[in-house]
Design a binder for this molecule. Sequence first.
Ligand code: NAD
Length: 444
Amino acid sequence: MTDKYQGFVSSPLGKLLVKNLGLPNPVKLDRYTAGDPLVQGTVLVGGKGRLAESLTGLLDLLDITSATAQVDGERYKGLVFDATGLSSTEDLVALQEFFTPLMRSLSTCARVVVLGTPPELTTGSERVAQRALEGFTRSVGKEIGKGGTVQLVYVAEGFEDSVLSTLGFLLSPKSAYVSGQVVRIGAHGESNASGVEDWSRPLAGKVAFVTGASRGIGEEIARVLHRDGATIVGLDVPQAADDLVKVMNELGGDWLTLDITAADAPQRIAHHLKEKHGGVDIVVHNAGVTMDKKLANQTPERFGKVLQINLEAPERITAELLAQKVVNPNGRIIGVASIAGIAGNLGQTSYAASKAGVIGFVDSLTSELSDGITLNAVAPGFIITQLTAAVPFATREVGQRLNAMSQGGLPVDVAETIAWYASPASTAVNGNVVRVCGQMMLGA
Ligand code: NAD
């Protein structure tokens, strides 16, 4: 499952055609390798606001080299701009003043992060200015090119020290396929400065339960959470037992084979996690299916089955785990939505309904959680897996190219995003739905 077009454009003929015909030019994205520094280069910090003064200190904690003034001829791997001080429309020109001189001084796969205040927590002209940041960052995301990414992080007042795990994720290659996103910190969560002792193994001592873990995105989620120190409990259907056992044996993990839509599935999962592991710290509802058909040809069985697997099962399992207090304090519950749930898709009424429902699930439950437990979701775009390999060639090509990176993402890109939510330092990251879609042209 490789991207043949990406291989072609790096050949001499491919390079010529890209240049002369203006074809999409997907660059090879930087991806994180365990043991590497989070950022290989310097991050330039600018802006004036609530966070500016503490930023270099926070980056130091992550071993990220930073600077506060541009040096001629220097190339930057990242830019962080504190825009929390922008309180009126006329202040917004500060964005242009900071960024324009730097846009030609960025390395490949550069990272840009703008920090703001959640507009809904401000009033009047400040609210206008803070909301304007969204249009600015999303446009820079479409302009930056060369595998660069751009995000807006809204940090509620009092949560200035809670940005650490988010900066570590968004400035590093871990966020290779995440761009044009708006993240909220402190909108619902409790403040926590760090909670991580060893940033190379932030999940040490944690138990992570992952559904659909035998292959594809679920397998990669299991691998990345294991890399970060967690003990993995993987689940899949009995038909996938061989593959699941193989992956879990490799990771020194535990497994459970059942259909998550079975009537007794929530109780069996809760029992297993409680009895064998004394509880669970991270729950990832990854298992999912598509059964595409245009609505005119749809049957109640197929329509219902997709909703049961993708939405009802995560709702029922979460309710049971919370009711039985199987989720430990500071636990993480993570849903897997889809870009289809945001933009809709032809032939996917049931799938899109189920995935939009996952977003509704995040909205409905987030503010009811306590003990530092958070609920967030990822919304993958086009990720290269067996599921998307089955998509017809022409549709697949369109899906892969119609994004700011001109390529599909990899399962590891979704997994890294989930690992960021899962971090003990992400307690203030609650109620978010972040797309892992290379800033796809479909949807917002
Ligand atoms: P996949 O088909 O490769 O893997 C899905 C896994 O879920 C399989 O191992 C399957 O056996 C398991 N599963 C299905 N029904 C189950 C059930 N009833 N009980 C227990 N396990 C069950 O798919 P993938 O591409 O890895 O997708 C993983 C998740 O990501 C899904 O929720 C999917 O909707 C979502 N997603 C994928 C993409 C993409 O481009 N691949 C895009 C958006 C969202």
